[in-house]
Write a protein of this length. Structure first.
Lengths: 182, 182
DNA sequence: GAGGCCATGTAAACTGTTACATGATTTG
DNA sequence: CAAATCATGTAACAGTTTACATGGCCTC
């Protein structure tokens, strides 16, 4: 998965390893860290495989290696991206696919987004079942924070749902943070 | 860290490995999975170290192993929990400590929560700097979803902040999900 | 009686981090 | 001129998942 994310970063633009790392941090940094100890070997491996092309340049005395996806890399990437998300196998990584989903043709994209939405709703439903078993009265300090964590997870899923609903219609992002309710 | 989480689950109650796994899933499942291939060896290791005590029982023909923390285990756990959170070392795992923070005396707890809050605000501030560089006009399909992912991360942090502010004052959890704004 | 959940465990494979290593450029 | 950031890489280590392995209990 990490490999595909890397290819996805250099589909149209030449970037250095350093640049790629930055982009990943900004885009999906909240759930995935790309350590350079993982990134640089990956770049080498993907170049050897023929998925990336490397172009070394000198900027003054500093060497920079620019990478860009080859046709083979683009094909492999798009095949991976178009594959339906499997909750059992892909676990939590749907956000990575969502991050890159703009690369899919609109029709498949909409289908995938609907699948994600369905999956989130299923998880939410499950948490609602669990929630019914939480006592509502006075909690000890101990239990308070345990249940608080549960509610945090619940809330997080809710936000995910709202977000997917929002981007499914490709509403302007400038409005996203201001929207308060569903 | 995983080890301490496990000890934290059995401070007062005897639980089986299976039970522990379930509890972790409900409490912090959204950011941490406890695979049984990791849990069972950990239980064995912690028992050997003297941090857990095991008590085998038969339920019909089925053997169940109940674990509970020893005094040594409790001490080690509380030392770990009281240690200030280090963003450079502990990364994203603060939610695990928050999940267990009710075990700390109120004074230290409040201090830790304030530290978490400060850390989240710092991250938010950083994202706000990044956000200023995002063009507000019409985005291509490609860029739309990349920036959308950024906003998701931003939103997630905001929720984290709201949550920490809320539980800092130990407000009733039943109201949490209904609160819409800060 | 089949399928799903309860229950435990091991080992190989895989993934990811951290420490080690080096050095240039930019900014205060 | 010091510190931060840019820039690349390796290797040992730590952490995690997955597949293999087994079997009981409960509900439809």
């Amino acid at each position: 998965m990490f490999d595909y994310l890397v290819i996805g970063m250099v589909l149209y633009e030449e970037l250095t390893g350093y640049d790629i790392k930055k982009r990943i941090e900004v885009g999906v940094g909240n759930l995935l860290k790309a350590s350079h100890g993982q990134l640089y070997p990956a770049l080498k491996k993907l170049t050897d495989k023929g998925y990336l092309m490397m172009n070394m340049q000198m900027q003054g005395r500093r060497q920079k290696k620019y990478y860009i996806a080859t046709d083979a890399g683009k094909t492999a990437f798009k095949e991976w991206l178009a594959t339906p998300f499997d909750p059992n196998k892909d676990g939590d990584n749907y956000l990575v696919k969502l991050f890159l989903i703009g690369e899919l043709p609109r029709e498949i994209r909409t289908k995938r987004l609907q699948e994600y939405e369905f999956h989130i709703r299923k998880q939410l439903h499950h948490l609602e079942m669990v929630e019914k078993q939480i006592p509502t009265e006075k909690l000890s300090d101990r239990n308070y924070f345990e249940f608080a964590s549960f509610y945090y997870g619940y809330q997080t899923l809710h936000n995910m749902l709202r977000w997917v609903e929002y981007i499914k219609e490709q509403k302007p992002l400038s409005g996203y943070l201001c929207v308060k309710d569903e």
